[in-house]
Design a protein around this ligand. Structure first.
Ligand code: 5U1
Length: 678
């Protein structure tokens, strides 16, 4: 008989494992988390403690086993019992129509065929083997017959269940799918590599493959990899359903993440419509896809169709326009931003990539040019994915022409000639000219006049160029000294447009403190921080008098931001501009410094969706901000409340599926009234 303490530990460990599996399943498979990340971590830590104390309690499927094995010397080879097939490609609608025709001919069927349409992830194909429901092996595709054993690395991926969520698992069940790195994770890893001066990954696929090929699984664990499952391999002890869709549903029920965008299309016209829908959504997805896989839904028909060489006859990959392309680097120009950051911009031979023609791409900074080893005249690979600006990701060295020229990073600002300096601890090079630099001035004016700042309608880029170049404006304060005649004499201006601009400038004099603070363009002070500073200090005078320590009492403000704010108000040139702006009549109602009682929603995130009848979205947002809430555009597990008016769509559905509180307009208005706002 075991001692009572051991039995208690055993049952507690079992309970914790069950809870952790369940929470993982809710988070990854159902997108419906019920506890916070911190609560999850605390359950995991308790289980780790128990397993450390009683090592005999440790099991292969324990969530603690995601990291922690010793690094491998090399990967073993895994032979796939069922080969991992590849796919034929289609590059046009005509080729998809031909695929559908071939299937009809082979099956001798006249009616429409149902196809499953799946986004084709641009990641790494893997096989996951579950024995009696427990993950025992992860392997790469390799050549389709044999791949590498990457079990330890696969275990670190939190969206991959270590145990299938079922009481009656098949004796053996092999899941096939794609491991990928979401774009945000890729950008983060590369940004961190740039900070450390290390080599960056060319694209998320390479980053995912590189992360999976680590012999030390703790490195893999630090990369936010994920998986979408799309098929099966070896199956023993489970009767396959009738359709591929049902099989995917079963995978999802067992806890495997299945792409929510998968749809069944009736007939090939549905497939083509799906392509159009997905192409238009491609940039907004959080991960790279390189096409769509169409699969005959009926598994018996799949069986009848069989496969040729290494590709099934019942599936095809409809490829999207490539997100990477090679082109020639014609020149490098250096742009100067509002804060003086000098950014190298590659001028390229125009090339069609990711669905658009690209002729400029960022080279980020001086270090990145060094890392890439790029020269003018080189053939370079550029990448355009999502809404990220196109980037030069590598150089094709073997195509380097003899006359390729080194890229010289300027020592002097290309606009004002001031020295370009590197601030200690920063990667970026900055023009030291401050507001002497016309480029920085133009950017500062652009920012000052922008919609979320002083909102001066009509003061656009072209006009700012002319105003600064002709010496009509030096600083933002000069905007308020502009006269009708010189304005009307500018290119593309006339009396009427000049008068409209002056009216807009006049109107902007009446503003709010958060807008004014944002407009000043203090480094690292975005809209939200400006709002937080304004509501904490209530007035410009209070803010100006605050020490760095006092500034850090504001929720959003850390030492870096506090330092920049202090630096701004201590700077004589800034003081002069602020004084001139106030002298020009810019004013705002002072705000009462916020107290906890004024900000009952402090720390909360609210989302507005649908139409509100008695107030506009902007009014609703301003009221929420006044009460201390953050107002977000998307619903997540971190959302505290969603205000849903008529016509609310996917945000409402998501809130309901996540269990986020939803209120209607009446309840929202009642809440505002209770807090003294009507
Ligand atoms: N979504 C998805 N990707 N993908 C890749 N499904 C899918 N199916 C594949 C491959 C190679 O192959 C099966 C059709 C065998």
């Amino acid at each position: 008989m075991q001692p009572q303490a051991d039995r208690d530990a055993l049952s507690e460990a079992e309970r914790l494992r069950r809870q952790l599996h369940e929470h993982n399943y809710r988070y990854y498979a159902l997108d419906d988390p019920q506890i916070t990340d911190a609560e999850y971590d605390s359950l995991l830590r308790r289980l780790q403690e128990l397993e450390q104390q009683f090592p005999q309690l440790r099991t292969a499927d324990s969530p603690t086993q995601r990291v922690g094995v010793a690094p491998l010397a090399e990967f073993e080879t895994v032979h796939h019992q069922v080969p991992m097939l590849s796919l034929d490609n289609a590059f046009s609608d005509d080729e998809v129509l031909a695929f559908d025709r071939r299937i009809h001919d082979r099956l001798n069927i006249q009616d429409d065929i149902a196809y499953v349409c799946e986004p084709k992830l641009d990641g790494v194909a893997v096989s996951l083997l579950y024995k009696d429901g427990v993950l025992v092996q992860g392997a790469t595709r390799g050549d389709g017959s044999a791949g590498e054993n990457i079990t330890a690395n696969v275990r670190t991926i939190r969206s991959i269940p270590l145990r299938l969520q079922t009481e009656k698992p098949p004796a053996q069940f092999e899941v096939r799918g794609e491991i990928y790195l979401p774009r945000a994770g890729f950008e983060r890893i590369n940004a961190e590599a740039r900070e450390r001066g290390e080599k960056t990954f060319v694209n998320p696929r390479n980053a995912a493959a590189g992360s999976l090929r680590q012999l030390d699984s703790s490195i893999t664990a630090s990369r936010p990899l994920s998986l979408f499952a799309y098929g099966t391999g070896l199956v023993d002890g489970w009767a396959l359903p009738d359709s591929h869709r049902q099989m995917l549903d079963q995978l999802r029920q067992w806890g495997l993440p299945v792409n929510p965008l998968i749809e069944v299309a009736e007939g090939v016209s549905g497939c083509i419509a799906y392509y159009q829908r997905l192409v238009s959504r491609r940039d907004g997805l959080g991960y790279d896809i390189d096409g769509i896989v169409y699969k005959v839904n009926n598994l018996a028909l799949q069986q009848r169709l069989g496969f040729v060489s290494r590709a099934p006859r019942w599936a095809i990959a409809r490829k999207f326009p490539a997100q990477e392309a090679s082109t020639r680097l014609l020149d490098v120009e250096f742009q100067v931003g509002r804060t003086g950051a000098v950014t190298p911009v590659a001028r390229l031979e125009p090339v069609f990539v990711g669905g658009v023609t690209v002729s400029n791409a960022t080279l980020h900074n001086r270090d990145e040019i060094g890392r890439l080893g790029a020269r003018i005249g080189d053939t370079v690979i550029i990448r355009r994915a999502g809404d990220v600006i196109p980037q030069v990701v590598s150089v094709v060295l073997r195509e380097r022409p003899e006359d390729a020229r080194e890229i010289q990073f300027p020592r002097q600002c290309p606009v004002c000639g001031s020295p370009v300096e590197q601030v200690a601890g920063e990667v970026v090079m900055r023009c030291s000219g401050g507001l002497v630099c016309a480029a920085q001035r133009k950017q500062a004016i652009r920012h000052f006049a922008s919609r979320k700042a002083m909102d001066i309608d009509g003061l656009g880029d072209k006009l700012i160029e002319q105003l600064v170049d002709q010496g009509l404006i030096e600083s933002v304060a000069d905007i308020y000294r502009l006269q009708l005649e010189p304005l009307a004499a500018l290119e593309r201006m006339a009396q009427k447009s000049a008068q409209n601009l002056l009216d807009a400038i006049k109107k902007s004099r009446q503003t709010t403190l958060p807008r004014f603070l944002y407009a000043l363009g203090v480094r690292e002070v975005g809209e939200a921080t400006a709002r937080a500073l304004a509501s904490h200090f209530g007035s410009l005078e209070n803010l100006r008098a605050a020490t760095e320590m006092q500034l850090q009492e504001v929720g959003d403000v850390g030492p870096v931001v506090a330092h920049f704010v202090r630096e701004f108000f201590d700077n004589e040139a800034s003081q002069k501009v602020v004084a001139e702006l106030q002298a020009a009549g810019i004013h705002w109602p002072d705000m009462e410094p916020a107290s906890a009682a004024d900000q009952p929603l402090a720390g909360q995130t609210w989302v507005l969706t649908g139409t509100l009848e008695s107030l506009s979205r902007t009014e609703a947002k301003e009221k929420l901000l006044k009460l201390g809430a953050k107002v977000a555009g998307t619903v997540s597990a971190k959302t505290d409340c969603v205000v849903a008016g008529p016509g609310a769509g996917s945000k409402l559905t998501k809130a309901e599926s996540l269990g986020v509180r939803v209120v209607d307009e009446q309840a929202f208005l009642a809440m505002l009234r209770d807090n003294g706002l009507s």
